[in-house]
Design a protein around this ligand. Structure first.
Ligand code: PLP
Length: 388
């Protein structure tokens, strides 16, 4: 019999599959063949979830917190999130928080809430892979500002941003600390965004999921700047700071109509985030200062180790001030480079093109110092990186 001819939605057809997924599949295949792969492609902290958070999750299950919660989240968690936001100088109320199964879901819902067919959405490249897909899935049109020529600095790229945005701009997505560059945008850069957003009256998504992972710099929340409270959707989550990637917990915060419209979309797409996971989230926000600092310090010393290593080998990297990623300058054909790195040196990286940054490869330093050194030595030895 004839196969049924599927008609796929064009919006879905024009989205690329995840580049990081393709790399990790290649890494898994090599490992299945018995090769030792140094996998630096992953965006997940290599630490266990803090023990007290795990215990809080178990206790919540034992206490029977396994049913639906209200769609926007349990009051205790929304209050703990509002407290965190207030500590970041955002004038936040628990009623303006929506808890989601992960920050990715919060981003997806926000883009769906704000973007219509043909709306212009501006990305700062290099940008996290899913933003482009989310905008396309909402029917939006992308405009991109390349920060690579400015060493990934937003402040230095403000003139380019000013030339790109206009009264037609609906939304700008900002991610600081940044995946994939590790850049933490300075107040000068963020205030420049504010000035343009106010001038052209557009909304801003501020994805702050790496805000706890910074190295000696301050991370300012966009919504805390004058003029930004009503036009900013602040996104955050528990995956990175608390090493809770598989728990799936995140949130969005905005005010007024923005949050009530987002709430409608949320209630029809996700009944609620998992009940006992939300309870564990309260513990994560309130009682993990030491574990968070331990992880942050470990990432910082890995960053320092890598920067020294690249100095020794004359690899010119932009030193990241946050998150756990670094962009390596590689061949113009970064996809071919990444393919060679994994097939020849068995080192998994993500080609910069996936983030709109050809000529780079992203490494994640969510791996032990020993494995990071091993990976870099393999790249040096294979002549894929550095001066030898
Ligand atoms: N935003 C950025 C910039 C990320 O790098 C990630 C995960 O890699 C997310 C959002 C999504 O995080 P979550 O695990 O909370 O969905």
């Amino acid at each position: 019999s004839d196969d049924f001819a599927y008609e796929f939605a064009e919006r879905v057809e024009r989205v690329e599959p995840s580049a990081t997924l393709a790399i990790s599949n290649a890494a898994n295949e090599l490992e299945a063949e018995g090769h030792d792969v140094v996998d630096l492609s992953v965006g997940a902290p290599d630490f266990p979830t803090p023990e007290n958070v795990v215990e809080a999750g178990k206790a919540a299950m034992d206490a029977g917190h396994t049913g639906y919660t209200s769609s926007n989240g349990v009051p205790e968690l929304k209050e703990a999130i509002a407290e965190k936001l207030r500590a970041d100088d955002i004038d936040a109320d628990a009623g303006d928080v929506i808890v989601t199964p992960g920050a990715k879901q919060a981003l997806y819902e926000t883009v769906q809430t704000l973007v219509d067919d043909g709306d212009e959405v501006v990305l700062l490249d290099p940008a996290w892979v899913s933003y482009e897909a989310m905008v396309k899935l909402a029917g939006g049109d992308l405009a991109r500002v390349d920060l690579a020529p400015h060493d990934f600095s937003l402040a230095d790229g403000l003139d380019d941003l000013a030339e790109t945005v206009s009264d037609d701009t609906e939304l700008l997505i900002v991610n600081s600390p940044s995946n994939p560059t590790g850049a933490v945008y300075s107040d000068e850069g963020l205030e420049g965004v504010r000035d343009l957003a106010v001038e052209h009256d557009f909304a801003v998504i501020s994805d702050e999921i790496y805000d706890e992972i910074v190295y000696g710099v301050e991370q300012t929340s966009l919504a805390s700047l004058d003029g930004m409270a009503d036009r900013t959707v602040t996104i955050n989550g528990f995956s990175k700071a608390y090493s809770m990637t598989g728990w799936r917990l995140g949130y969005l915060h905005a005010t007024g109509d923005l949050i009530s419209q987002a709430g409608k979309l949320h209630s029809h797409s996700v009944s609620c985030a998992t009940n006992f996971v939300q309870r564990a989230g309260v513990e994560a926000l309130r009682n993990t200062d030491e574990s968070v600092e331990e992880m942050r310090a470990a990432f910082e010393s890995r960053r320092d180790m890598l920067v020294d290593l690249f100095d020794d080998h004359a690899v010119d990297v932009t030193v990241p001030d946050g998150a756990f990623y670094m962009m390596l300058p590689v061949d113009d054909d970064d996809s071919a480079w990444a393919e060679e790195a994994i097939q020849e040196a068995h080192v998994a990286t993500v080609p910069g093109s996936a983030f709109g940054a050809p000529g780079y490869a992203r490494i994640s330093y969510a791996a032990s110092e020993e494995r990071l050194k091993e990976g870099m030595e393999r790249l040096f030895d294979a002549g894929l990186l550095g001066d030898d």
